[in-house]
Design a protein around this ligand. Sequence first.
Ligand code: 2CP
Length: 681
Amino acid sequence: MQNHKPYYTRDDISDLPHLSSLPGEAPFVRGPFESMYRQKPWTIRQYTGFASAEESNAAFKRCLAEGGQGLSVAFDLATHLGFDSDHPAAQADVGRTGVAIDSVEDMKRLFAGIDLSQVSVSMTMNGAVLPIMATFIVAAEESGVPRQQLRGTIQNDILKEFMVRNTYIFEPEPSIRISTDVVEYLSQELPNFNSMSISGYHFQEAGAEPALELALTLANARAYLDQIADRGIDLDAFCHRLSFFFGVGMNFFDEIAKLRAARLLWSEEVERRGATSDRAKRMKMHCQTSGWSLTAQEPQNNLIRTTIEAMAAVFGGTQSLHTNAYDEALSLPTDHSARLARNTQLILQHETGICDVADPWGGSYMMEALTQAMVNKVRGYVDDIDAQGGVIAAIESGWVRDRIHESAAQTQAATDSGRRPIIGVNRFVSDEELQSSTRQIDAESLIGEQRHRLQQLRERRDDEAVDHALAALSASARQQQGNLLALTVDAIRARATLGECTRALLLSWPRYRALSRFSPNAYAESRRHDASWRRAQRRVETFSLNNLRNPSILIVKLGLDGHDRGARVVAAALANAGFRVELSPLFSTPQQVLQQLHKTGFDAIGISLLSGAHLALVQELKTALDREGYADLPLFLGGVIPKEDQTRLEAIGIQHVFGPGTPMERIVESILARVALNATE
Ligand code: 2CP
């Protein structure tokens, strides 16, 4: 929790410049609209999508029938990274974290029976933004909805992918060209579609505290404004189609202050660049309750956390909101938990009177002072980023990743030491096992169906027309000419697939490979004096003295899963405890893991997986290890793993599964005990 004063007085707000503004007036601290929720409550927009287009379509329809007000599409990792469902690299991940889209036919099935001229659709897509936006436009067109009528938002925020989210495909420079081409095309062709959702949420999920989250978001937004301005597009003509996306965690007061501060800072930034209209200066945002705040222990407690976070988002004046389901720390939400999550918002909108008043915290000594403090802190961070040479330089030097990693490791250390209380995890822990059901994905059938559909598509289409359109796309990448989205729309209309469009660009632009790194000091700085942590360190020291070497572990991220906060924090903690630790690059294959093992031996492997693909990927790695003579190498797994899968994983050869919330000393001691056993055998 942040440091707040015991109470606030008039003196705390005596000279604040924003105090006299009203809701709907620059700098919009008090909200983007005068009437706010009285005229239109925030949009209930639940991030949904799993497995096949049909299943996701049914979930969308259920969602709208049960009170959802807009749609938000979750795509699977294969789609995010530009692979068709029949690509060998994608097999374990197809359909796991969202819907698999290979072609315009899948997109048409995704929205069958949903009138796209009436429902606004948000799509979380960054790396493969070109084929996804194109399939959406062509699918709508072919169902009779002209592009001018389409409403919604495409995430299209590639910079944060290089900082945290990791679903990039190409290197930063071509990636920025792609996202700017999308903005340009949408601003001309789809006037009602928000062309970017500049996202802070993922920074918070990766470990950033609220001010750092906001500073990084604004730094990215400034970089996009620079790119767009370079093309001569008028700010007043397109800024209202840039939208924002923030995470809202359990720092209740600071989260409200963050959203108020965000609007002020954005309004100032856009005005400084010459925009004159209120429409351009007014920040609109979507919020999502914090995934990181959800606990696997006593999961029903998460309903309460989510309600509190939703209230902070609403008090902060969000335009659209996703509330997490209580069981998301265990697996994909079930229909029941998804309904409860949606009902959280319906209850707020219909039963509490919360929509009656704009900015109810306006004028509070504390809230106004916190808003200004947030503004000041964010400005400090933005100056730090400028001192790094701007956000792109700060990404390239690793500065951004290091700040977020440090913040994540410190939060984990505060949790493990008990200084950051979490009920059911480090305070008031209950022994009672609460049962909750989890959703299973039949990925094998899905892959079979998608293969069949791809085959049919390829048989029926005019290959010459497809080749011609793909050649034009490649040429545009190579020659730096033309609009890539316009050309992708042509290719998709001719029935090119998502993977083929990606490959056409990969001919000119190689796939980007990021380095994985962690800071050994990031975790333990604040645990130096904790008895339980020191005991774990002493045990490692004893092992090292007895064996004349440190124990060692290779931490690996397998498959297409790019969530690496946990892997990096665990790596930092193990290194600080005294292990020799290496972190494999993201998206490692079993062959790459074997290469690392051949190069440098390790006592154990720690696998981190949050994508739901654990059974297939662990089996694949174990088979490769057995084949190459590493059958005795102990394997550990960390991530979101449903209870019913744990026994199956143990049968494959996993020693221990560490779920979310496991204290680092327990991880250190458990791995060390197994490594020590091997050392004495
Ligand atoms: C709204 N309007 C009003 C008022 N309220 N007009 C006058 N007075 C009011 N009080 C108008 C707006 O100006 C707009 O018209 C229209 O009503 C719709 O309202 P909106 O506020 O724009 O709502 P929306 O259509 O729901 O759009 C909200 C956002 C949009 C935030 C602008 O970008 C959005 O929906 N974002 C969602 C992003 C998302 O779902 N992301 C996925 C997250 P005009 O349009 O004519 O101005 S999950 C991602 C996962 C976790 C991941 O990333 O990994």
